[in-house]
Design a protein around this ligand. Structure first.
Ligand SMILES: [Mg+2]
Length: 389
């Protein structure tokens, strides 16, 4: 177990220094506008990603950046690359969210290896493609304007069919319509109809996940799970705000019924107790975000969760970059579940080397994170609302 996901940084030359950092926001669109979820209103169609380019030894690395200030960049420019890492080959905590993606991308490009090869937990046969299960995460409350439940079910079935045509076999459905956006029981009934309808589109082999964004309570959760007992339901995510007493009850109830539905949680304002509750068997799948706290954090957490027998499914909705990062982290975590896939096109970020087929995500054997950034678009966006140091 020790040493898993650690990078060999012995190739770094001691005089390699950070020569420049540029930051820009790239914009784009989802294939289809996304409605509300159990908590908040429409998610819409437009998307953006904040991307940093780091230049070291004359070569560039690109990647998602968060919390990177101009003052921080000012301090980092001139630093030695090796000083951004600890002695185990991990990006130091304070540089992770701001710069871990461009740094890892740079190392991959310099070594002419995909990042997944740098962090892989299992010895991979060179040349074999990395193929990871994925699911379509685009099924939001797009039906709230419809009065009739049958029309709502048809609409969500049509959306799932669009995903199926794009190669998806597994689907996550937003539920919890009765938590805020519809009257309690009407919304819950509609959730149930939609779960059954989407499961029909997915077919018996397709896995269904549902995500209530904490809009259910324990009894509502049981009502819904009872009503879809014959559905191939893989997990229920954020049924209600995580609570060990309530999760213990739900676990026991599922066990008594012989219903094998996993409990997934960890996005948003996750309880600090979640990992220990997972260790006690109350939570099966952990879902901290792939951008915050990020990739290096997941290298460490994923290894711990593997030791505990807990599954990993990093959250990334809303980040068009995170989708691709998930493909790479999958190689470092044995009990990795799925890439959360949303069909987003970002101008200037070419992800065409990746593909979805038959429920699987194909990660390209390309250097770094396997994404190509258009120099002209990036430079234009640096001038438009970004900065350089
Ligand atoms: Mg969620």
């Amino acid at each position: 177990m020790e040493g898993r996901g650690l990078m060999d940084i012995s190739f770094m030359q001691r005089d390699w220094k950070v020569e420049g950092i540029e930051v820009a926001t790239l914009t784009g669109e989802r294939a289809r506008s996304a409605g509300s979820n159990g908590r908040i209103g429409d998610h819409g169609q437009s998307c953006s990603v904040r991307i940093a380019r780091i230049t070291i030894d004359g070569e560039a690395g690109f990647g998602s950046t968060g919390l990177l200030t101009e003052a921080m960049a000012e301090a980092i420019v001139g630093m030695r690359l090796i000083d951004l890492f600890d002695e185990n080959g991990r990006v130091l905590e304070s540089y992770r969210i701001p710069l871990e993606y461009p740094i890892l991308d740079w190392i991959g490009r310099r070594k002419r290896l995909p990042v997944y090869e740098l962090v892989s937990a299992v010895k991979r046969n060179a040349g074999t493609p990395l193929v990871v299960p994925c699911y379509d995460t685009s099924l939001y409350f797009d039906d709230l304007h419809l009065k009739d439940d049958r029309d709502a079910v048809e609409l969500l079935k049509e959306e799932a069919a669009q995903g199926y045509a794009k190669g998806h076999r597994n689907f996550k459905i937003k539920v919890g319509r009765g938590g805020r956006h519809m009257p309690l029981w009407e919304g819950t009934k509609r959730d149930i109809g939609i779960i059954r309808g989407v499961a029909e589109v997915a077919g018996p082999a397709g896995k269904i996940m549902i995500d209530a964004n904490n809009a259910y309570n324990l009894n509502l959760t049981k009502e819904v799970l009872s009503a879809v007992a014959d559905v191939n339901l893989h997990w229920i995510e954020e049924a209600f705000h995580e609570d060990d007493a309530l999760y213990a009850d739900l676990k026991e109830w599922l066990r008594e019924r012989g219903q094998n539905v996993l409990i997934a949680d960890g996005e948003g304002l996750a309880s600090p107790h979640l990992v220990s509750w997972a260790k006690r068997g109350l939570v099966d799948v952990l879902q901290y975000d792939i951008i915050y706290p990020g990739f290096t954090h997941w290298l460490e957490l994923g290894a711990r969760l593997d030791e505990m027998g807990v599954r990993s499914a990093p959250h990334c909705y809303g980040s068009a970059y995170g989708i691709y990062a998930l493909g790479h982290i999958a190689a470092a975590i044995e009990n990795f579940e799925f890439v959360e896939y949303d069909d987003i096109a970002i101008e200037g970020m070419d992800a065409s080397a990746y593909r979805v087929e038959d429920g699987m995500f194909y990660v390209p054997d390309k250097a770094g994170f396997g994404l190509e950034f258009d120099e002209d678009v990036f430079a234009k966006q640096v001038r438009a609302g970004g900065w350089r140091r």
